[in-house]
Design a protein around this ligand. Structure first.
Ligand code: SF4
Length: 303
C-alpha cells in the first residue's frame, strides 16, 4: 500500500488499464529496491563529502547505469575524438605478457627500458627466462621498479606455462577464457587486471580490462560505487557491449588516453573531455582511485 502511494506503476502512468495488479506490484517492488540502493549510495557519499549532492541528481546518475547503450556511446565519443590507439605496443604475445607484468606500479617508459634490456640479453622468450637465474633477471629489469618481485613473477609465469601448457602460448590461449583466467589468477603476481591484459592483448580473448582510470571515470559519472569490486565493474561492460576482443582492446586504450589527458585524479579537465556531455550534474568526488603510475606518467607508445 505504501509502495503503491509512493511509486506509480509505469503501465498505469501510460494509461494501460489492463495492467495487472500483480505485475504493477512487482514493478513497484523493483523500483523500490533500486531506490533503496541509491539511498545507501547517497549515505556513503555523505560520509566522504561534506557537501551532499541532492538525491535526485544521484538518482539521475544511477539510473543511467541501467541504459545498456551508454557505454557504447562513451566508446563512440572517445573513438571519434581520439581515433584508433592500436594497443598493445609489443612485437610478440610473450612480450605483451612481460609488459603486463612489468607495468604494475610503474611508468611505461621504465617498462620499455626493461624490455629493451631483456631483448639485448636474448631473454624475451619463455625458455630463456625459465633458464635465466632470477638475480640476473632482476638486474636486467631494474628500471621497472620492484624488480626482485617482478623477476619472481616472470619466473612464476614461465614455470606455469611450461608445466601446464608445455611452454606453448598458442596451446595456453586455446584454453576457454574462464578456465584460463582462473588459472592465470593462481599464478604468483598475476591479479585480475594483469590476467585480463594478458588474455585480451596477448590472446585476443574478449575480456574487458578494468584499471584505475576506468574506475575513476565510472565513479565520476555515477556508474560505479566507491570500492566496487573489479568483477562487478567488468560485468557491467560485458553485459552492455558486444563481446568482441577488438572492441575491448580499443576501448581500454581509449579510456587510458582519457584518464591521462583529461580525467586526472585531482584536477579533471571536464570541459575539454569528449565524455563531458555524459557527465551528470554532480560534484565530482575529490579523490577517486589513486592513479596507476604507468598511466599517469606515460602510456605505451605504438611501436
Ligand atoms: S574529465 Fe570529466 S568529463 Fe572527462 S571522464 Fe573525467 S569526469 Fe568525465
Amino acid at each position: 500500500m505504501v509502495l503503491k502511494s509512493l511509486i506509480p506503476c509505469p503501465e498505469e502512468q501510460v494509461g494501460d488499464s489492463s495492467a495487472s495488479e500483480g505485475r504493477c506490484t512487482a514493478k513497484r517492488f523493483l523500483t523500490w529496491t533500486k531506490l533503496a540502493a541509491i539511498v545507501r549510495f547517497d549515505r556513503r557519499f555523505r560520509l566522504c563529502r561534506k557537501k551532499t549532492p541532492p538525491l535526485t541528481k544521484i538518482v539521475h546518475a544511477r539510473t543511467q547505469a541501467f541504459a545498456p547503450s551508454v557505454f557504447l556511446q562513451y566508446f563512440e565519443a572517445l573513438h571519434s575524438a581520439l581515433g584508433p590507439q592500436r594497443w598493445w605496443p609489443a612485437r610478440t604475445p610473450f612480450e605483451v605478457i612481460v609488459g603486463a607484468i612489468l607495468t604494475q606500479n610503474t611508468s611505461w617508459t621504465n617498462v620499455e627500458r626493461a624490455i629493451g634490456k631483456l631483448r639485448e640479453a636474448g631473454l624475451l622468450t619463455p625458455p630463456a627466462i625459465l633458464r635465466a637465474p632470477t638475480a640476473r633477471l632482476a638486474r636486467l629489469i631494474r628500471s621497472s621498479g620492484y624488480f626482485r618481485q617482478k623477476a619472481k613473477k616472470l619466473k612464476a609465469f614461465v614455470r606455469f606455462l611450461h608445466d601446464e601448457h608445455g611452454g606453448s602460448l598458442a596451446r595456453m590461449f586455446r584454453t576457454p577464457t574462464a578456465d584460463l583466467r582462473a588459472k592465470l589468477l593462481g599464478v604468483h603476481g598475476i591479479g585480475p587486471e594483469t590476467a585480463d591484459s594478458i588474455l585480451l592483448y596477448a590472446g585476443q580473448h574478449p575480456v574487458f580490462v578494468v584499471d584505475a582510470y576506468t574506475r575513476r571515470i565510472l565513479e565520476r559519472h555515477g556508474h560505479a560505487a566507491p570500492r566496487e569490486s573489479y568483477e562487478s565493474i567488468q560485468e557491467r561492460f560485458h553485459g552492455s557491449l558486444p563481446r568482441k576482443a577488438a572492441l575491448f582492446n580499443e576501448y581500454h586504450a581509449l579510456i587510458v588516453r582519457a584518464g591521462k589527458d583529461w580525467c586526472r585524479a585531482n584536477a579533471p579537465r571536464c570541459e575539454q573531455c569528449p565524455l563531458f556531455p555524459f557527465l551528470p550534474a554532480l560534484p565530482l568526488p575529490p579523490v577517486a582511485v589513486p592513479s596507476r603510475m604507468h598511466y599517469a606518467q606515460s602510456e605505451p607508445a605504438t611501436s
